[in-house]
Write a protein that binds this ligand. Sequence first.
Ligand SMILES: [Zn+2]
Length: 238
Amino acid sequence: MSSQSAQAISSLRDKIATSTRILVRERLIGPFGHPSARIPGTDWVAVLGHTHDDVKDLSETEPGDVVVMDLDGDVVEGSMDAPGERYMHTEIYRARPDVGAVIHAHPMHCIAFSMTDVPLAPVWHLCTLFADGVPVYDSAVQIDNPERGQAVAAALADRKGILLKGHGLTVVGSSIEEATVSAVNLERSARLQIMAQGLGAVEAIDRAELTDDLLTDGLTLEEYTHTQWDYWAMETAR
Ligand SMILES: [Zn+2]
């Protein structure tokens, strides 16, 4: 391994620990669910390890709780197993070279949408990244083999997120920061949409108000990602 890769792994271990603490605080994961990130220039992926056996409080996640696996799901660095649903991550990385990070989580408000034919709509200004739509994978099974991982990747296609019926969600991004922020905002937006539907008919944000990056006009991807990531990272710092 080059010293450059070693440095990238160390940095991603740190960021995945931060991502985990943010996702726990937002009730997206714990005890199940896991963020991962592709290690640039390699076929390796850093992912939160399979921590269930120790009944560890994930709000205390540290860089040492992150393992490195190859795209077959075999651990190449770290002291614990990779998560059981590792194949959702590996097969999305194989299918989508543009993806640098994957979050798999089980948040309640998004799962509610997966149980109905009401689509998650771009209703909130911090969640328009998903304006192209969030498909639903029509099965609640664990994604615990490569074939199921490939089926989820095919259903995701070129989108930024997918719901798994009666199970959870998977969100992708170019970086661990972007994927984490997007996953949190998708769950917050799902909650807002449910609240608003109780008040009356819900209107989506007009597509004409969105930039090419699918952000509301005036907001850059850098601002969207790092303003929220930096703030939440500070709040959950250890
Ligand atoms: Zn799951």
